[in-house]
Design a protein around this ligand. Structure first.
Ligand code: FES
Length: 149
């Protein structure tokens, strides 16, 4: 996925429809992330001012929703399901394999980010791993090789 480089002027113009509506903080942050790939720190005061909320309110939303990134996305984004159904069929082995390859869950480089997620809606076909938005079911540790390719 390709994103535009951060541009405060563009962001300000984008946020205009959210003016003075505190209920739209999440939507505003999602819109910024969809365009720029992440929500930089510089966006926080813009969203706060536009939506007429405090910066702390914006930080609260930003830190609560794991889908919102405050860093540019890695070239490859991996999410390993850690919820119960996937754990019961081997998700921990996959996590361990990522760790053994030098990419434990929670690690992030510009090339690869590996995160945990708690259910991808693919429970019957677990263990489930998402790579760049594509959900893979019935995974084994071979998925690590595919993710690192
Ligand atoms: S528990 Fe892993 S996809 Fe639902």
């Amino acid at each position: 996925m390709t994103y535009e480089p951060w541009d405060e002027g563009v962001a300000t113009a984008m946020l205009e429809p959210f003016t003075s509506d505190a209920t739209l903080v999440l939507v505003a942050l999602q819109a910024l992330q969809a365009r720029f790939g992440f929500v930089p720190e510089a966006a926080v005061p813009l969203v706060a001012h536009t939506c007429n909320v405090s910066r702390a309110d914006v930080h609260g939303v930003l830190s609560f929703y794991h889908e919102l990134r405050t860093q540019p996305p890695a070239t490859r984004e991996v999410r390993v399901c850690r919820a119960e159904a996937c754990q019961a069929v081997g998700a921990r082995d996959i996590e361990r394999a990522f760790a053994d390859a030098g990419h434990p869950v929670g690690s992030r480089t510009s090339a690869l980010a590996v995160d945990a997620v708690y259910c991808l809606g693919n429970c019957a076909l677990g263990p489930t791993v998402e790579i760049d938005g594509a959900v893979h079911g019935r995974c084994d540790t071979d998925i690590v090789r595919e993710a690192l390719r």
